[in-house]
Design a protein around this ligand. Structure first.
Ligand code: AMP
Ligand code: GLY
Length: 431
């Protein structure tokens, strides 16, 4: 298959890797293109440049390359209608339409769908004026959860006991012309469950847990994600079936009923609360860094799965096969991430880190300088993956790889998938 992957992060590197190589590390025979990709992706795919936010330009590129399938990694092009552009050009595309992508593009739309479909989630109020904000905060109560209704690249949510800070965050969003969603605080560990769907049939992938806070012990500000692991030995038996029955299938059915079928990846961000499973958020694409561990464990060919979803043929797709191995990913972040990451710093040891048995390195914020040296070019720079028969072994392998990388000023969490961290919140305790 000829496949174009849109995006440039470690998530896209993981997707390209799974499309390019079998679990045994042999070539799959797929021909891969990436726009824009990164130097690591460039070892497996031909890189090409395009404005990834422009549906017409991406469609023209897909036609020019003669691809059989386009896979869109990040949410922003999906919310901008890039999948529609590609499909209109007659090329199958893995990723939802502009309208279906509103499940991530608008938190209030997602709430409306969940309410209509009877999906359990936090009670929420949408606020459009500063005058209405205090009453909404008092109605939902502390800890306060205040969200930007629209896309905010992981920076739109504040969870805090501090009413003044909650108010200030809401006022900032409103002042910038946005709407605010205030919601009930959900307690309990978080789980990410990715569901591949063609608009009708829903196929769950393996659950994973993400570490969102920058610091050890879930301290400090939220990030895009500092690490993840899969499987989740502590999660209740039957969790995946329950989420399919109470969350994913009803959501996909409600979207279809409204004439906005959802095709692509429905990312169910869940909290396992004392009162049961609740949806924290939906995303409309693979999560980063969870994809790095989920695809590390997938044994079935990814290209066939994504193509079946794009073509509406998931009902005929064979059951997915999974490795018994556990996988852990540790993110190496640039100095000063998540505030204002320092870029242009030399990265050494990636090759040596990839030689750790059972491990490999995926690239995200990387680039080549004029001399062809690998340098940092973003906040989350590398994703170091470790596989092993147990989570402890996978974790040890990932950290062996991390120790071989040198990036001045960089930081990582040393408690990703640590036995003491498993099944804890994995997310955002009140500040
Ligand atoms: P979101 O952008 O909606 O995923 O929120 C980012 C993170 O904020 C989530 O992964 C949670 O850790 C936290 N969060 C969001 N909503 C809630 C909530 N209702 N209760 C507690 N934590 C939340
Ligand atoms: N890991 C969180 C996200 O991808 O949104």
């Amino acid at each position: 298959m000829r496949i174009l992957v849109i995006g440039s992060g470690a998530r896209e590197h993981a997707i390209v890797r799974a499309l390019a190589l079998t679990p045994a590390g042999e070539p799959t025979g797929n021909t891969l293109f990436a726009a824009p990709g990164n130097p690591g992706i460039g070892e497996l795919a031909e890189r090409t440049s395009v404005d990834i936010m422009d549906p017409v330009a991406v469609a023209a590129l897909a036609v020019e390359l003669g691809v059989d399938l386009t896979v869109i990694g990040p949410e922003a092009p999906l919310v901008a209608g890039v999948a529609d552009g590609v499909r209109d050009a007659g090329i199958p595309c893995f990723g939802p339409s502009i309208n279906a992508a509103q499940l991530e593009g608008s938190k209030s739309f997602a709430k409306e769908i969940m309410t209509a479909a009877g999906v359990p989630t936090a009670a929420a109020l949408t606020v459009r004026t500063a005058a209405a904000l205090p009453a909404a905060l008092d109605q939902c109560g502390a800890p306060y959860v205040v969200k930007d209704d629209g896309l905010a690249a992981g920076k739109g949510v504040v969870v805090t006991e501090d009413r003044a800070a909650a108010l200030a965050h809401g006022e900032r969003i409103l002042a910038a012309g946005g709407a605010v969603v205030v919601e009930e605080y959900l307690d309990g560990p978080e789980v990410s469950l990715f569901c591949v769907t063609d608009g009708t049939t829903v196929v769950p992938l393996a659950p994973a847990q993400d570490f969102k806070r920058v610091g050890e012990g879930d301290k400090g500000p939220n990030t895009g994600g500092m690490g993840a692991y899969s499987p989740l030995p502590w999660s209740p038996p039957g969790l995946v079936d329950e989420v399919l029955a109470t969350v994913a299938r009803p959501t996909v059915a409600e979207m279809a009923k409204r004439g906005i079928p959802f095709q692509g990846l429905l990312y169910c961000g869940l909290a396992l609360t004392a009162k049961g499973v609740r949806v924290v958020e939906f995303n409309v694409r693979f999560g980063d860094p969870e994809t790095q561990v989920v695809l590390a464990r997938l044994r079935s060919p990814l290209a066939e799965l994504l193509m079946a979803a794009a073509r509406g043929e998931l009902a005929d797709h064979p059951a997915l096969e999974w490795s018994d191995d556990a996988a852990v990913v540790v993110v190496i972040a640039a100095e000063n991430y998540p505030a204002r990451p320092v870029t242009g710093t030399a990265i050494e040891g990636v090759h040596r880190a990839s030689q750790v048995p059972g491990g490999y390195v995926l690239q995200a914020g990387t680039d080549l300088d004029k001399g062809g040296r690998l340098v940092s070019a973003g906040g989350r720079v590398l994703s170091v993956v470790g596989l092993g028969p147990t989570l402890d072994e996978a974790q040890a392998t990932a950290y062996l790889g991390v120790a071989r990388v040198h990036l001045a000023g960089s930081h990582f969490r040393s408690d990703i998938a640590a036995a003491t961290s498993r099944g804890l919140r994995g997310g955002t305790p009140p500040a």
